[in-house]
Design a protein around this ligand. Structure first.
Ligand code: SF4
Ligand code: SF4
Length: 383
């Protein structure tokens, strides 16, 4: 094994800086390992950077077993973010063309279809400065709830536009930063050049990406808007739900508050699990870990199921809802808002593939027909 300074010379500057930060600050306390099976297996971040030479393609693969969920960063007393280290190593693998992307064919094809001329659609009415960006999974699994969410928001934002497209987070999280930058910048610049100033998100992953890379675009979740205004007429229910906060929103306390406010206003009893809000858990889908180490993905889900203690879960991420629901009954907040009875009695389930694709095509056609869009497009033109 080469010594540390030899290997550091081989790393790109961002990876070197991240390793420097962890090497000089991590105290090896182990707090981040307590909730993470990946770190329990490989060691503390300090032990990992000392043990492994990340210019070796075989060692780079280790980073693809991290869910990038950020729990380690939330509990670290030194305010380090070890997830950043593993994302930097993923990027290193891509820079040196060592990424093993055959395993990720499905998710990358999903992303590519989302931005294709067939599936994407931008409809901007005259005077539109705000768009609803529902992401890929919500419209595919829950087209009617997506449609009703838009219609409800439109009552207070008459010139609301719609954007069906993929935020390209799968590429971002796989370390394909160059591809992500080109794709996201093209979408962001198109929106800005057409007068859009605010994006309303329903997907936690899209939300995180727009917040980080939106470059001047204001970003809010639809749940924040809903919690401040009138709820849909149907939004009444009773019963108890335990909240699973999606990990991309662990630092967004305003969003977490708004979801709890909505549920309480509906008449529902909200209960909390041990890991919640800033210390919430990955559902198992984070970082596309399931494609590389499915047992690690299932482990997250198992922990969540234990914490639920027989309670039904509610979440506000369509990816989390689908993954968690395979082990623990889980409903999506959008369904609870518009179809409370069916959602709460378990007779409403998110669609699965390939129906998700058909749903997206039908929904796109529905919007194209009904929305008076002065500006429209499908597909993207990244340079
Ligand atoms: S980001 Fe999540 S999966 Fe990755 S090391 Fe931290 S806690 Fe573990
Ligand atoms: S919690 Fe922070 S200081 Fe402690 S081992 Fe993890 S990264 Fe290091």
């Amino acid at each position: 094994m080469s010594n540390n300074s030899d290997r550091m010379d081989k790393y790109s500057t961002p990876l070197r800086q991240t390793i420097d930060r962890i090497g000089s600050t991590c105290t090896d306390c182990g707090a981040c390992q307590a909730g993470c099976a990946f770190l329990q297996h490989y060691g503390t971040p300090k032990a990992i950077i000392e043990k492994y030479d990340f210019s070796d393609p075989a060692n780079q693969q280790l980073a693809f077993e991290c869910s990038l969920c950020g729990l380690c960063g939330a509990v670290c007393p030194e305010k380090l973010d070890p997830g950043e280290l593993f994302l930097a190593i993923r990027r290193e693998a891509v820079i040196h063309e060592n990424g093993n992307f055959a395993s990720y064919r499905t998710i990358l094809a999903y992303e590519k279809r989302g931005s294709s001329a067939l599936f994407s659609y931008y409809g901007l009415p005259d005077g539109c400065d705000t768009v609803f960006f529902p992401g890929c999974t919500l419209p595919g699994t829950r087209p009617e709830s997506t449609w009703r969410l838009f219609a409800h928001l439109q009552r207070s934002i008459p010139a609301l536009g719609i954007v069906f497209d993929c935020c390209t987070k799968p590429s971002h999280d796989l370390g394909r930063q160059g591809h992500f930058d080109r794709m996201f910048a093209e979408m962001r610049d198109y929106l800005r050049s057409n007068g859009v100033r605010r994006v309303l998100t329903a997907c936690p992953n899209c939300h995180k990406i727009f917040k980080q890379y939106g470059n001047g675009l204001a970003v809010e979740t639809v749940y924040e808007i809903l919690s401040r205004g009138e709820l849909p007429a149907a939004a009444r229910g009773d019963g108890e739900l335990a909240i699973h906060d999606p990990c991309p929103l662990r630092r967004e306390s305003a969003v977490q508050d708004s979801v709890r406010t909505i549920l309480r206003r509906m008449g529902l009893t909200v209960t909390e699990m041990k890991h919640r809000r800033g210390r919430t858990l990955c559902c198992g889908e984070g970082g596309s870990v399931g494609f590389m180490r499915p047992e690690l993905a299932r482990n997250w889900r198992r922990i969540r199921s234990r914490e639920a203690q027989g309670r039904k879960l509610v979440t506000y991420c369509a990816g989390c809802a689908g993954f968690l629901n395979r082990k623990t009954p889980t409903v999506h907040l959008a369904d609870v808002l518009f179809f409370p009875e069916k959602a709460l009695n378990g007779s409403m389930r998110g669609a699965g593939s390939p129906l998700t694709y058909i749903n997206r095509l039908i929904l796109k056609r529905r919007f194209k027909k009904s929305l008076a869009a002065a500006t429209q497009r499908a597909g993207r033109n990244p340079s």
